[in-house]
Design a protein around this ligand. Structure first.
Ligand code: G3H
Ligand code: 13P
Ligand code: ZN
Length: 315
């Protein structure tokens, strides 16, 4: 069943975080639904602009609608990840998406407010939730390149004003993470002081953590042992920090890179061990099972595992 992100946040806030997983194809959709059903977790399906263009946005819609039928117990939101204004309107008007992200974080504060406010008005007319972004995540976000050096954390005072002025339902905050497999150097981690300060300014208001992949060292090693050339210094978020962040109001945790690592490991190992093979279905089946296992493990760490019935009762 498709619900809004706002409906999920009502149950989750301060207790657990809802996993938001990016999908691009049928294998990811199957693995995601299986993993969430096995762990009895509500979840958020994220679709980026790149994913909408990969095959066709209608294919993704059909896959998700079919998965909804195959897994009638499921409760999830369908969310546009890193949308621009035009794509947000397309998704709001489609009647399929229950949530959109307007990412105008690269604009000035005032322009970000103005764009976000317009999207919120259009979205709320149709019962769609809106995530906005304030502050700059390091690394690469779709078309936007932000030098890690200039990455700036979200200012809690600005966050308070921004949320009041725009009426958005959740806010992606820059709290030390970045997209991709190379997030941290040395001993960096999440900036809990910033999370706490934002929660004080905006009690009860859901924060979103982008760039939340943990980049498991074992995956990186296995990929490299099977012919990959990932930089072994690749590092992600410490999974032990998910739940403490959730208790402070981080209610949505975005994970994409880790799923790509699972895919790469499965396929590299499969074809390394069976170089005579060329059928993509056997590794595809392994991937679906491994991705389901990965998703269930993340839901356990986020605290969303076992929360499906609580969400159902709240609807
Ligand atoms: O934040 C970006 C997400 O990981 C989506 O990546 O734009 O390559 O689909 P993508
Ligand atoms: P990762 O690259 O850490 O998986 O982050 C994904 C993300 O934030 C999608 O919006
Ligand atoms: Zn992101």
């Amino acid at each position: 069943m498709i619900v809004t992100t706002a409906q999920l946040y009502k149950v989750a806030y301060g207790k657990f975080a809802v996993g938001a997983y990016n999908i691009n194809n049928a294998e990811q959709v199957m693995g995601l639904f299986r993993g969430c059903m096995e762990s009895k977790a509500p979840f958020i399906i994220q679709i980026s602009k790149g994913a909408r263009k990969y095959t066709d946005k209608k294919i993704l819609e059909a896959l998700i609608r079919t998965a909804d039928e195959l897994f009638p117990e499921s409760i999830f939101a369908v969310h546009l990840d890193h949308g621009d204004e035009e794509t947000c309107y397309e998704c709001i008007d489609s009647g399929f998406y229950s949530s959109v992200m307007i990412d105008a974080s690269h604009e000035t504060f005032d322009e970000n407010v103005a764009i976000t406010k317009r999207v919120v008005e259009r979205a709320h007319e149709k019962g769609v939730s809106v995530e906005a972004e304030l502050g700059m995540l390091g690394g690469v976000e779709e078309d936007i390149q932000v030098d890690e050096k200039n990455a700036c954390l979200t200012d809690p005072d600005e966050a308070e004003v921004f949320v009041k002025k725009t009426g958005c339902d959740s806010l992606a905050c820059a709290i030390g993470t970045s997209h991709g497999a190379y997030k941290f150097k040395g001993q960096q981690s999440l900036h809990f002081n910033v999370i706490e300060a934002i929660q004080k300014k905006l009690p009860g208001f859901p924060m979103v953590m982008h760039g939340s992949s943990s980049v498991p060292q074992e995956e990186v090693q296995r990929i490299n042992a099977a012919g990959g050339k990932l930089d072994p210094s690749a590092r992600g978020v410490n999974v032990e920090e998910y739940l403490p962040a959730a208790k402070l109001g981080v209610t949505k945790v975005n994970i994409d890179t880790d799923g790509r690592l699972v895919w790469t490991r499965v396929h590299r190992e499969y074809f390394r061990d069976k170089p005579e093979e060329f059928d993509f279905r056997p590794p595809g089946k392994i991937f679906m099972a491994e991705y389901a296992k990965f998703i269930a493990s993340r839901n356990e760490l986020l605290g969303s595992a076992g929360q499906l019935e609580a969400v159902r009762k709240s609807l």
